[in-house]
Design a protein. Structure first.
Length: 269
């Protein structure tokens, strides 16, 4: 039988992703303004979460949807990270913005729609920031690993894989289908940490908790999820954004589930 590989440790300052660590990254889909992001970050910090997310450049399916605040959003996320001592995650959508992202965020996210943007991936191979590489929504495991190789062949081996749901055949009830097998399969094929995004996969608030717990129970190295103090008021992905009370419920059972795979949620923030 194949072995499940223990994931490599990716260090960011004093924090670590992979190895025996179970990492929670949470925050709004998009950065709307400084005050809201600061409020969310402080609430997350109180819950013991060290990593917060927020998009400044959004890859929207519809050209009429809010595209993000761009550079202004990056300035906001950096200010909040500096003020709270938390680590930031934000998405990149264009190869031209690589330098800009490295200046403003700790971890750079490649979204599902950009997994096949090979010039972007090659450029990210030349930076030092860890990269969250989301799986293309219709990509095979092989294609996903080859996308990671586009990054690693440039020298950057700090790659965190993120399963965020794939296209199957029924969209009556869910936005995508979380492919839970991705966790044990990737753990046989690579030692890159793999995290689960229970927000974009189900596309529904009420599915975030079960999908998050399923990811932890399957051996994932962490979660990336969308949260806001008032989900109904968010401009982007509000239908899948959980409030802080729900996030607390999710967090409450994660230590036991992560412990199934000898992982711990660090308490060092
Ligand atoms: C996101 O994380 O906000 C996002 C757009 O995700 P995905 O690329 O998985 O759709
Ligand atoms: Mn989103």
């Amino acid at each position: 039988m194949c072995e499940f590989k223990k994931s490599r440790v990716i260090s960011i300052g004093e924090h670590k992703i992979g190895g025996d660590n179970f990492t929670v990254i949470a925050g709004p889909c998009t950065i709307e303004n400084y005050q809201d992001l600061k409020t969310i970050a402080l609430q997350l910090k109180k819950l013991g979460i060290a990593f917060f997310r927020g998009g400044a450049f959004k890859m929207r399916t519809s050209p009429h949807s809010f595209p993000g605040l761009g550079k202004e959003g990056l300035e906001i996320i950096k200010k909040v990270a500096d003020e709270t001592g938390m680590l930031s995650v934000s998405e990149i959508i264009s190869p031209e913005d690589v330098e800009l992202l490295t200046e403003y965020v700790d971890i750079i996210q490649v979204g599902t729609r950009s997994m096949h943007n090979y010039p972007l991936l090659s450029k990210l191979g030349k930076v030092k920031n860890p990269i969250i590489l989301k799986r293309g929504m219709s990509s095979t495991y092989e294609e996903w690993l080859l996308a990671a190789e586009h990054i690693s062949s440039g020298g950057n081996e700090n790659i965190i894989l993120c399963e965020r749901g794939i296209r199957t055949f029924d969209y009556t009830y869910t936005r995508n289908s979380l492919d839970i097998s991705a966790v044990p399969v990737m753990k046989q094929l690579t030692d890159y940490p793999i995290i689960i995004d229970p927000s974009h996969s189900g596309g529904r608030r009420d599915l975030v908790r079960p999908l998050a717990w399923a990811g932890a129970a399957a051996g994932a190295d962490g979660l990336l999820l969308e949260t806001h103090f008032c989900p109904d008021e968010t401009v982007c992905d509000s239908q899948q954004t959980v409030d802080l009370q729900e996030l607390e419920l999710i967090l409450a059972q994660l230590p036991q589930l992560a412990a199934l795979w000898n992982k711990k949620i660090p308490e060092n923030i």
